[in-house]
Design a protein around this ligand. Structure first.
Ligand SMILES: Cc1cc2nc3c(=O)[nH]c(=O)nc-3n(C[C@H](O)[C@H](O)[C@H](O)COP(=O)(O)OP(=O)(O)OC[C@H]3O[C@@H](n4cnc5c(N)ncnc54)[C@H](O)[C@@H]3O)c2cc1C
Length: 386
């Protein structure tokens, strides 16, 4: 099927938004007031996209999934954007064509990619899940995992759950799981990390996080780089061994494979290289933002914060493409505040060398996150039940 949207849009410039990540969600929210004069299409693998800031709260049970997801279909419809729920499986940049899982071939004049990332699968084995895609992780968390824990508890068998990755995501997920399953006596949580916890944060923050994990009884295995996995046993590069019943991957971000075969310029890891205008280094009619983009001006961590701040720049630049005016560069902030949820009504703040911990920080984080989500239509209560 070759399509270019509905028939009356045939002569209009077609902009395809690939993926409903943070940048595109914010762009669409802004477009509700003044839609772009073009045929706009949002192509997303899911109707409901998660807001990463509230994900640990969903895992701990502090939020319902519906509170932390954006209804992209409703959002798109509010600004006259066509919504297509389908997976992008291929892109031919030289022909300006997207190929989807259901066999659609979608042509564009301008493309913006905001499809996020997945986790590096350092472990392939039985009983091993990754946090992303979130729409597979959450149903597993609310049905499969509790059933397994119950079985182990009935048999009085210890259950070792290993989170691979000691970054902010791994640490927050570990604390959230601890809170969610606090009544399960057989569960022990472990974090495996090659460089200690929250590398990239100040030594003071790292100490604060380590202390918090110890107090919660979460065992951190530092300097543990996974070498191999056999029969539910992980072996590290230094010969360490750890048996597990369940692995959760919270490893560094990895791109999907299709950008690598698209003809777009990519970096060594496979992320789409973009210039200061968030524009592909090889194809000027393609933009990329959020995790999938490799910003060539300076190296950026894969953080939702950057995806959020790129939205006004993308908005300006797509408008400029249509009007023929100049593009605007994106200037990433040097430092930003991170608020890590301890999943017990407290949070840890980190910005440069500044650090703090407490319940007021959690209240502040909760307020920021709720205010962020208030801009978007949310799924109906119960609509995300698996
Ligand atoms: C547990 C956890 C907690 C985190 N907490 C924070 C935090 O507090 N602050 C922070 O800054 N960062 C946080 N992060 C990192 C953050 O999740 C990412 O940096 C952020 O989600 C990237 O946003 P994005 O806009 O690039 O894409 P995403 O928000 O990942 O969205 C990508 C979208 O594209 C869709 N998509 C993907 N592939 C396709 C395809 N092939 N076809 C069509 N659609 C597709 C997806 O369904 C999704 O809707 C956290 C990560 C995790 C795992």
């Amino acid at each position: 099927m070759l399509r270019r949207g509905h028939s009356q849009a045939m002569k209009k410039h077609t902009i395809v938004l690939a993926g409903g990540g943070h940048t595109h969600a914010l762009l669409l929210s802004a477009l509700q007031k003044r839609p772009l004069p073009c045929h706009l299409v949002l192509l997303s693998s899911t109707r409901y996209t998660p807001y990463s800031g509230m994900l640990p709260g969903v895992i701990s049970g502090a939020y319902q999934p519906e509170e932390a997801h954006i209804d992209l279909k409703v959002l798109a419809e509010r600004c006259g954007c066509e919504f297509i729920e389908d997976d992008i499986t291929g892109l031919t940049a030289d022909r300006s064509e997207i190929i989807t899982r259901t066999g659609q071939v979608i042509q564009y004049d301008t493309l913006s990619i905001n499809t996020g990332s997945t986790q590096n699968r350092v472990i392939e084995g039985p009983d091993c899940v990754s946090i992303k895609p979130v729409n597979r992780f959450l149903p597993w968390l609310s049905s499969t995992l509790p059933e397994r824990l119950k079985r182990y508890e009935q048999q009085s068998r210890p259950f070792n759950m290993v989170i691979v990755g000691g970054g902010a995501a791994g640490v927050e997920v570990a604390m959230a799981l601890k809170a969610r399953f606090s009544a399960c006596p057989v569960l022990t949580l472990h974090i495996l990390t090659a460089n200690g916890v929250v590398a990239g944060h100040s030594p003071g923050v790292r100490r604060l996080v380590s202390k918090e994990l110890i107090q919660k009884g979460i065992q951190v295995h530092s300097d543990f780089r996974v070498l191999s996995v056999l029969d539910h046993c992980i072996t590290g590069q230094n010969g360490q061994q750890l048996t597990y019943d369940q692995v959760i991957l919270a490893t560094p971000a990895k791109p999907a494979s299709w950008p690598g075969q698209s003809g777009l310029s990519i970096d060594q890891a496979g992320f789409v290289r973009v210039n200061a205008f968030l524009q592909s280094c090889s194809h000027s009619n393609v933009f990329a933002c959020g995790d999938i983009a490799a910003f060539t001006e300076t190296s950026l961590a894969k953080c939702g914060v950057y995806a959020v701040r790129q939205a006004p720049v993308l908005h300006h630049n797509l408008t400029a493409v249509l009007s023929g005016s100049s593009l605007k560069p994106y200037q990433p902030q040097q430092q930003f505040l991170s608020l890590l949820s301890c999943a017990d009504g407290r949070a840890i703040a980190s910005k440069g060398v500044f650090r703090a911990k407490g319940s007021l920080l959690w209240l502040w984080k909760n307020r920021i996150d709720k205010r962020f989500m208030a801009q978007f239509p949310l799924p109906q209560p119960g609509s995300m039940d698996s």
